[in-house]
Design a protein around this ligand. Structure first.
Ligand SMILES: Cc1cc2nc3c(=O)[nH]c(=O)nc-3n(C[C@H](O)[C@H](O)[C@H](O)COP(=O)(O)OP(=O)(O)OC[C@H]3O[C@@H](n4cnc5c(N)ncnc54)[C@H](O)[C@@H]3O)c2cc1C
Length: 637
């Protein structure tokens, strides 16, 4: 199968306008004849559901939580990018486009990234109109701050709660449509399969997580907005419920998976402190606007930070990257923190931490100013660690945070299955091999508010649909498979808990497919994952039944998918014999230990096709063509 990204012709700046003009329209009276299934209610899903219902489509919206508002998007702290150039510091759509392509180490599609930069400004207008309380300057203009990979300020924020405020806006729009009856909400449902009829996505099979009932839902198109899969590592900054199940099961039905090995490790998280910890906490990147990252110059120096004089500190990011300083992109900051710790300069009990110090900022701007900007983050840090970051530097270490990989989509956000669209973190995304801070919220909302409303219309207007009811044999077959898998999980009755397996899988992935990778390590990981998966199906213990609320069963299903998906990540990492962004293979680095790309052989999206259980996945390439940006060695010096 040839992957066709369906990038419109014309100049970069005109592609989206031209495409919108060329897309077929569904006339207003006909929209009500179409049923659209949206899975997920984070920023991507809530904005898509609200926008599609507003247009007149009948929308059925699903999420695993009891309220759409509990989607993981609510956790986003730092902000959302847009090219408004309010601070007058040199921003433009072109610069946001360029920074994003460069930040992603030239492994994203130019046309998509340009469109993202174009619609970024519309997002801010939309959210302001909804009442999202963005921070403002004294004169009333929306305030901006800086995030990694940019030398200017383009990040809009609502203190350290930007995701929450944006989600409240999208949720309000969604609930308005729920009240009109155009959106039917299905909370506490987990999509367990995608149903295809004549090669088109025509529905889903979902488990009612409260009653255990297996439900069938039909529609004319399915929109997956089910978030990222960072929890494959067990420990991550993601909400515990984040999973790969919906996208992985769609993969098994024929949707290709793009760049699964591209994982983002965020440099500023509270370090791991114990074996039985289940979650890691992010300290927003916004803190690097004012916080200075340092370690003692001498390995093994265990003095308190206050006792280490200025001359004996190494502000390693400022030293190595004078232009960007502490605001280098996440992949660069993370690798450097690891390098310092590997050299024995790490701080704290485990030696796996570096300092993030606000003393200079507090001296310069005063405590009140710092509290105004980051108060809730400081409070969170103090509650978790028992230390007061106003008085002593924070200790931080990199942690798994975001996944750039996801289901492959074309310019219309449609996967390799007709009628299956994928939005937000769930698709392979516009971020290439590394996402810049504050760009995920931008992408999720761009996809939901401003892309899918157009592109889905083009698909629906140009497609013939057979009448499909939920008693179609394809549904019956899918329900049977879902029931069998559930029964199989419950029947194992082994000795190890699901969490125990998940923790072990996470360690394998962190050690061998994490911040630094080697071919030997990846090959070893593959063997270890296969052995663990075999043991899982022989020795996992899932208590309870399938007929009622059973969180162990929910977790077991998700971990079973992670067990298979982890191997796909490793296969992808092994196939990409270069380093780029978050994928750092130690064999490919510059003399200064930066990621060394191989543009001649790997300037492509890797898209994987499921070919059957136990079989090698099929490999497909979408070559990335850069007509507007010159490929260079990324430099933040
Ligand atoms: C701690 C933290 C802070 C962050 N801060 C920022 C930031 O400041 N700026 C920024 O740009 N990005 C940030 N990010 C990244 C950003 O929050 C996410 O990438 C983004 O919110 C993902 O949105 P989404 O709509 O794609 O998915 P999510 O918000 O994860 O929503 C997924 C939805 O899918 C549903 N779902 C999942 N699986 C199923 C299933 N099988 N069946 C039914 N429903 C399902 C869930 O219930 C949920 O409703 C942060 C991430 C973390 C972890």
């Amino acid at each position: 199968m040839r992957l066709d990204a369906k990038i419109p012709a014309g100049s970069l700046a005109q592609k989206w306008d031209r495409h919108r003009f060329e897309l077929k329209l569904v006339n207003p009276a006909n929209k009500r004849k179409y049923d659209i299934i949206v899975v997920g209610t984070g920023l991507a899903g809530a904005s898509a559901s609200a926008s599609l219902a507003e247009l007149g489509y009948n929308v059925k919206t699903f999420c695993i939580h009891d309220s759409p508002r509990r989607a993981h998007s609510i956790a986003a702290q730092g902000g959302i990018n847009a090219a408004k150039n309010y601070p007058n510091d040199g921003d433009s759509i072109w610069r946001l486009f360029y920074d994003t392509v460069k930040g992603g180490d030239f492994r994203a599609r130019e046309a998509n990234v340009y469109r993202l930069a174009q619609v970024s400004n519309l997002i801010i207008d939309q959210c302001v109109a909804q009442g999202v309380p963005f921070a403002r300057e004294y004169g009333g203009l929306l305030a901006n701050r800086s995030f990694g990979g940019a030398q200017l300020s383009r990040t809009f924020y609502a203190r350290g709660q930007t995701g929450q405020q944006l989600l409240l806006g999208a949720y309000s729009a969604l609930m308005r449509q729920a009240a009109t009856g155009k959106v039917r909400l299905f909370p506490r449902r987990e999509m367990l399969d995608l149903v295809l009829v004549n090669g088109q996505a025509r529905g889903i099979v979902a488990r009612n997580l409260v009653s255990g009932e297996i439900e069938r839902h039909e529609g004319h198109a399915v929109v997956l907005c089910t978030g990222g899969y960072g929890n494959v590592y067990f420990l991550s900054t993601n909400a515990k419920a984040c999973n790969v199940t919906a996208t992985f099961r769609a993969y098994k039905r024929g949707a290709f998976f793009g760049n699964p090995c591209f994982t983002q490790i965020h440099p500023t998280c509270i370090p791991v402190h114990g074996t039985y910890q289940s979650k890691l906490t992010l300290m927003s990147e916004s803190l690097r606007n004012d916080g200075r990252v340092w370690v003692p110059q001498t390995p093994g120096d265990k003095r308190q930070p206050s006792q280490i004089p200025e001359a004996e500190r190494d502000y390693f990011l400022e030293r190595k990257y004078p232009s960007f300083g502490n605001l280098v992109p996440r992949d660069v900051a993370s690798r450097n923190a690891k390098e310092q710790c590997d050299q024995g300069k790490g701080v704290g009990e485990t030696g796996l931490a570096v300092f993030l110090d606000f003393a200079d900022a507090i001296r310069r701007d005063g405590r009140a100013a710092i509290e105004k900007k980051y108060g809730n983050l400081f409070q969170m840090y103090a509650k978790i660690t028992g230390e007061d970051p106003y008085e002593t530097p924070m200790m931080i270490y990199p942690a798994v945070h975001y996944t750039m990989g996801g289901l492959w989509v074309d310019y219309n956000l449609m996967s390799t299955i007709d009628g299956l669209f994928v939005l937000g973190e769930a698709n392979f995304s516009d971020h290439g091999a590394n996402r810049l801070g504050a760009s995920a919220l931008m992408q999720g909302l761009a996809d939901g508010y401003f892309v899918i409303p157009y592109t889905i219309g083009g698909y629906l207007a140009g497609t013939r649909f057979a009448e499909v009811k939920n008693d179609h044999p394809a549904f019956t077959d899918s329900v049977k498979q879902v029931r069998e898998r559930t029964a199989r999980l419950l029947a194992v009755n082994g000795r190890r808990t699901v969490d125990d397996f998940h923790r072990q899988l996470g360690l394998i992935m962190w050690d061998h497919c994490g911040m630094a990778r080697t071919n030997e390590g990846l090959a070893k990981a593959r063997t270890l994952i296969q052995a663990l998966r075999e043991e899982f199906w022989r020795n996992v213990r899932v208590p309870g039944s399938a007929q009622d609320l059973n969180q162990s069963l929910e977790k077991a299903g998700r971990v079973a998918d992670f067990m298979e998906f982890a191997e796909l990540m490793v296969i992808d990492a092994l196939a990409r014999q270069e380093s780029c962004g978050g994928h750092f293979n130690e064999a490919f680095q510059t003399e200064e230990n930066e990621a060394r790309r191989d543009d001649a052989n790997f300037c492509h999206v890797a898209a994987w096709e499921f070919t059957g259980d136990g079989k090698e996945p099929g490999f497909h390439k979408e070559p990335l063509v850069f007509e507007n940006v010159h490929l260079t060695q990324r430099s933040y010096k």
